[in-house]
Ligand binder design. Structure first.
Ligand SMILES: *[C@@H]1O[C@H](CO)[C@@H](O)[C@H](O)[C@H]1NC(C)=O
Ligand SMILES: *[C@@H]1O[C@H](CO)[C@@H](O)[C@H](O)[C@H]1NC(C)=O
Length: 398
């Protein structure tokens, strides 16, 4: 397996260096504008909100306000940011389309990403700052954000929640651990929902997961708690490499990680996305996901020490999350070609959720993990259906 990747990388490097025409890629403003700049550029109103969690993080939420409109909260995936809902541009990106339809759109940036790097006690250079995974996002970030939004949206007692990937995992954690919040959810829509990874097909994840314990130990010993490191220089180098010199291999790698779908891939949009992704996160997030991959179950974090597990959970092994508690209305959308959210895993998840009102395996066969955000025809392939499910729930038909 390792040799395979090695050969692949060598081939791509070689091919690209031969084919590279530097200066080929035009300067793309959207790749460099942070989310607030993108929203303003396309003429939408914009607000930034700081939300303090019970454990002291100061999160940044980006809002396209609509007074009186039903609030909808969008929560991005691992290493992503509010930009996930914007990079596809004003005609296609979900945030704009929801705003056009009269919704009050809130985009959270979870702890640790480029917009949410503040804590009342800790600095990002300290280990304590990075001691989190999707678990803490689920028990702290989401409840704080939901309360904050409902407090400011003129009388609405519940909101629409849309999550992509980790934005769904952390939602399931919230449902399991803070079930009272399920009453504050009008409808949860999970895009590429992930709780189980028994059938995950992504080779990179499969390859690294068994060694993640060792990798993390090594990283911590080297005082690396955040991955990838956030540095302006590194970001520039990565962007240039990935969009100019190694453009073809980078796209190829993205396809290999998400699922190969060149038909729905707009190379301009991908370049913009690369300007915003990865947006930062903790090493522990990868570690917790690797544990899910290794166990095939949906468990709390395993400290790899019976004593520590006992202290945290009162048992030698970490307990499973209670999907039965996630009793709000749930709609699930998943793709046949998604290398991370495998169809069989989503079906298992669906069978354990008590209140699934809409279950949609997308008909386009090549739909992959990032098509939910950046596909050329995402509106027709996915969003139109979401809008109609939201409408039906609001009208009391679902
Ligand atoms: C909601 O607003 C009230 C009154 O303004 C305030 O006392 C309360 O702390 C707020 N709750 C949250 C979670 O922001
Ligand atoms: C690709 O994205 C760019 C920038 O958003 C847009 O101008 C172009 O029309 C898109 N191409 C297709 C085929 O959708």
């Amino acid at each position: 397996m390792f040799r395979f990747y090695y050969c692949l990388i060598w081939l791509c490097l070689h091919g690209n260096l031969v084919l590279a025409r530097c200066g080929d890629a035009a300067f793309l403003e959207d790749a460099h504008l942070p989310s607030p700049g993108l929203i303003r550029k396309y003429g939408y109103p914009f607000e930034e909100h700081k939300i303090e969690t019970n454990d002291g993080f100061l999160l940044t939420a980006h809002r396209i306000p609509k007074r009186g409109g039903p609030p909808v909260l969008l929560v991005h995936g691992l290493q992503d940011s509010s930009a996930a809902w914007l990079v596809n541009g004003p005609d296609k990106a979900l945030a704009y389309l929801l705003s056009n339809r009269g919704y009050d759109v809130w985009m959270l940036n979870v702890r640790g990403n480029r917009y949410s790097r503040r804590h009342i006690n800790y600095k990002p250079r300290q280990r304590q700052f990075w001691d989190f995974s999707f678990h803490e996002i689920g028990i702290y970030d989401l409840p704080a954000t939901i309360d904050y939004i409902l407090n400011r949206s003129g009388g609405y007692r519940n909101l629409h929640y849309v999550g992509h990937s980790q934005g769904t995992t952390s939602f399931f954690v919230m449902g399991s651990e803070r079930p009272a919040y399920m009453k504050k959810i009008k409808l949860f829509q999970g895009l590429a929902p992930v709780a189980y990874f028994a059938y995950m097909k992504q080779s990179l994840g499969k390859y690294f997961a068994p060694y993640m314990g060792e990798i993390v130990r090594l990283a911590y010993r080297s005082c690396i708690y955040e991955f990838p490191p956030q540095s302006k220089v590194l970001k520039k180098v990565f962007y240039k490499l990935c969009t100019v010199i190694l453009h073809k291999s980078c796209t190829f790698l993205i396809m290999k990680l998400a699922g190969v779908d060149y038909r729905q891939l707009n190379s301009t949009t991908i370049q913009i996305y690369i300007g915003h992704f990865p947006a930062g996160g903790s090493v522990k997030s990868f570690d917790h996901y690797a544990q899910q991959i290794n166990s095939g179950g949906f468990f709390k974090y395993n400290y790899r020490s019976v004593a520590k597990n006992r202290r945290a959970y009162g048992s030698a092994k970490p307990p499973a999350y209670e999907l039965g508690n996630v009793d709000c209305k749930v709609a699930l959308y998943y793709g046949k070609n998604d290398l991370l959210a495998a169809v069989k895993d989503v079906r298992r998840l669906r069978n354990e959720l008590p209140n699934v009102v809409h279950d949609e395996l997308l008909t386009y066969r090549k739909f992959n993990h990032i098509d939910f955000l950046v596909a050329i025809d995402v509106r027709k392939l996915l969003y139109d259906s979401m809008f109609s499910v939201m409408k039906r729930v609001e009208d009391g038909e679902l």
